[in-house]
Design a protein. Structure first.
Length: 156
């Protein structure tokens, strides 16, 4: 059994039935990288780092050495209750989730701000075109009025 198999088994047997994304948030900064990282680890395509093994072992309440090696020293205290995950893991999971949400909101705000600035620039350009057109129309109207007056007076 690989470390990926052990992680998948722990995830599937955990009372809270956490998704790959939820577990991945313990070790990754975004939801996309979280899910894909755990998916690759569970499939045996990537090995977790030592700090990731520690975070996962702490979350699942299993011995770090057992999670890493699968050796005989399988110390598996009962998994945490769904409503009461280990405080450190729960806080870390919440913090990572909040930081990810803040990063996403920040990127969205920056994008919206850039769009608004671009729209403001376009609006200013449209106002300038309208003003230029209005001025040309006024000049044309004045020119026609002068031409008419000249024709009326017989000077044009």
């Amino acid at each position: 059994m690989t470390i990926g198999d052990r992680i998948k088994e722990l995830r599937l047997k955990h009372p809270a039935h956490p998704s790959q994304t939820e577990i991945g948030r313990l070790i990754a900064s975004t939801d996309f990288s979280a899910q894909s990282k755990i998916k690759r680890i569970e499939a045996g395509k990537q090995e977790p780092t030592v700090s990731e093994v520690f975070a996962l072992a702490d979350y699942f309440g299993v011995d770090r050495v057992w999670l890493l090696t699968g050796g005989e020293q399988k110390h598996t205290p009962s998994p945490p209750e769904p409503d009461h995950p280990p405080p450190v893991a729960r806080d870390d999971l919440l913090l990572r989730s909040l930081m990810s949400a803040i990063d996403q909101l920040s990127a969205r705000i920056t994008d919206l701000s850039d769009r608004m600035n671009a729209q403001g620039t376009r609006l200013e350009q449209l106002h300038q075109k309208i003003d230029d057109t209005r001025n040309r129309m006024n000049e044309a109207a004045e020119s026609q009025d002068i031409s008419r007056l000249k024709r009326m007076n017989g000077t044009g």
